[in-house]
Write a protein that binds this ligand. Structure first.
Ligand code: AR6
Length: 214
């Protein structure tokens, strides 16, 4: 499949209008008002997205791996690995920026989510929130050069984070960032899920955090 343009990725606001996303029943305590047009939802291969930056769910070595990390390195080409070698790895919950090389996206933000530990749920949650927040900070630091960022569902593959819980952390952290001064220059954050089942988790979660504007 060829690249996917930003205009073909629907916002939550557009999905409400099309009747494809249903407003949550009752008023949600977590809701961020007025952000539904800055959130996008997409099911498919993140390496195809023609957006300002895509986020990679990497490991602390930043030298590649399986899952989305493997897909991104394959699609970007070997120059990506060469740049990653200069970065001296990345701590869990942190994020580092590289060029996108052969990808449609000009930048890649490499972050490292936590390996989920049932005995350390709160610590896992904080690291996952850090991965989202620091990825968005890297984008914001490029001052206007990166206006759109697409995330895969960090830590929910090999790292075993339960998808329902991880999705709520992702939605809350992104909402907080978009509302903050740091997030003012970010026009759109896209949640890119690989499976239909994960997409449906986002469909259920998004209305709790990003309600329709009217
Ligand atoms: N596009 C979008 N999402 C994808 C793609 C893709 N092309 N491929 C997989 N996913 P994972 P993690 C989804 O395991 O749990 C690597 O080896 C996938 O379905 O890629 O953070 C790294 O090097 C899942 O929903 O990342 C690390 O060692 C999500 O991406 C480790 O895995 C994340 O799954 C990181 O584990």
């Amino acid at each position: 499949m060829s690249k996917v343009s930003l205009s073909s990725i629907p916002t939550a606001a557009a999905l409400y209008q099309a009747g494809k996303l249903k407003a949550a029943a009752g008023k949600s305590q977590q809701a961020f008002a007025g952000l539904a047009d800055r959130i996008g939802l997409w099911q498919g291969d993140i390496t195809k997205l023609d957006v300002g930056a895509i986020v990679n769910a990497a490991n602390t070595s930043l030298l590649g791996g399986g899952g989305v990390d493997g897909a991104i390195h394959r699609a970007a080409g070997k120059d990506l690995l060469a740049e990653c070698r200069t970065l001296n790895g990345c701590e869990t919950g942190e994020a580092k920026l590289t060029r996108g090389y052969n990808l449609p996206a000009p930048y890649i933000i490499h972050t490292v989510g936590p390996v989920y530990a049932k005995t350390k749920v709160e610590a896992s949650r904080e690291k996952l929130a850090g991965a989202y927040r620091n990825s968005l900070l890297r984008a914001a630091e490029k001052g206007g050069e990166i206006k759109t960022v697409a995330f895969p569902s960090i830590s929910t593959g090999v790292y075993g984070y339960p998808i329902e819980d991880a999705t709520r952390v992702a939605l809350e952290t992104v909402g907080q960032f978009l509302q903050s001064e740091d997030g003012a220059g970010l026009e759109r954050v896209i949640f890119c899920t690989f499976s239909k089942a994960d997409y449906e988790v986002y469909e259920r979660g998004v209305p709790d955090y990003f309600p329709p504007s009217s």
